[in-house]
Design a protein. Structure first.
Length: 319
């Protein structure tokens, strides 16, 4: 086993879970009512190693919407189907140094990276217009759902229609980004912007729980092979690219500090979820809705920092 004494390891995870549970910092996202209603008490941690050892504690089966945690996944899909060269003709690989939804493009007038809203909207347009353009929006939705599900060992994902409808209503900034990129001809030629935006909101509104998301993280930790089904879902080069950008851009405008302190590829979302990858060891998902001012889950961050204090998982430990 990659973690020989799993029982011992779990004791640490449990202690860290309970320490973070008493943290009452942060505020639940409030830009749509469905997220504003989330309970601040929810707190779950799931671990899945690359050889399939699992551990769950807390609210690990309560569903939440993926929100920005869908960004590395749609990016992975785009890499897998279109290849990195094609994808990066349209979107950069540089941290933006700004908030995730800021109205800003890089000096090539491309979105900075696929982990912020502009980049993720652009990735949706690539999936919609370049990869199998003959597919309808409905077929594309199924295709993405089943791809995400394969990453998660064939667990079934949900879709929260109320969140989708609210996202679409409360999306002035996302539309602004969408039109701004159209003005600068960022999209592939045949892009239908309305469909592309809907597709983006749908990806954000897909639902899973900690238990399921830890398997996705473990697939990324395992070079693209799902440890539960042994299916090769992603090529190693796609995984490398996804993890590189999670490492440099995955935690909003805290990404640099997170890379310094924690040194692991991770991605957070406004629902309070966090995907954390310990390459060649395991995937972790934490979920707790209260967010800090930059939009990262307070308990999730605390958990990660403590993980690195207790274990040498930081990329540059032991050099
Ligand atoms: N639905 C959110 C948005 O587009 C997702 C962003 C996030 O999770 N940070 O604004």
């Amino acid at each position: 086993f990659v973690i020989p004494d799993f029982q011992d390891f779990i004791k640490d995870i449990e202690e860290m879970y309970w320490t973070a549970k008493s943290n009452t910092d942060g505020k639940v996202a409030s830009y749509i009512p469905q997220l504003a209603r989330a309970s601040s008490d929810n707190w779950g941690v799931s671990v899945c190693t690359i050889d399939g050892q699992r551990f769950n504690i807390g609210d690990v089966t309560v569903p939440f919407t993926l929100q920005s945690c869908s960004k590395p996944l749609t990016y992975a899909m785009a890499l897998e189907t279109l290849g990195p060269e094609q994808v990066h003709k349209y979107v950069g690989t540089e941290p933006s140094g700004r908030n995730f939804n800021e109205l800003v493009l890089d000096y090539n007038m491309k979105p900075h990276n696929p982990m912020i809203n502009a980049g993720a909207i652009l990735i949706c347009s690539l999936l919609k217009s370049l990869d199998k353009p003959e597919m309808t929006l409905a077929e594309k939705f199924d295709y993405v759902m089943s791809f995400f599900s394969r990453l998660a060992g064939n667990e079934v994902l949900g879709f929260n229609n109320a969140v989708f409808l609210s996202e679409r209503e409360a999306a002035d900034r996302n539309y602004a980004l969408g039109f701004y990129m159209r003005e600068y001809k960022c999209y592939p030629e045949k892009t239908n912007l309305r469909e592309c935006m809907d597709f983006y909101f749908q990806c954000c509104s897909m639902e899973a729980n900690c238990d399921i998301m830890s398997i996705m993280a473990a697939t990324l930790a395992n070079g693209g092979i799902c440890p539960i089904t042994d299916e090769k879902v992603l090529r190693p080069d796609s995984v490398r690219n996804v993890l590189s950008l999670m490492h440099s851009c995955g935690m909003y405008d805290y990404s640099g500090q997170f890379a310094f302190k924690v040194g692991l590829p991770a991605k957070s979302g406004v629902s309070g979820a966090m995907l954390i990858v310990v390459p060649n060891v395991m995937g972790i998902c934490t979920w707790s809705p209260p967010l800090d001012p930059l939009g990262n889950s307070c308990r999730g961050l605390q958990f990660c920092e403590e993980l690195i204090e207790r274990f040498n998982f930081h990329k540059y430990d032991n050099i």
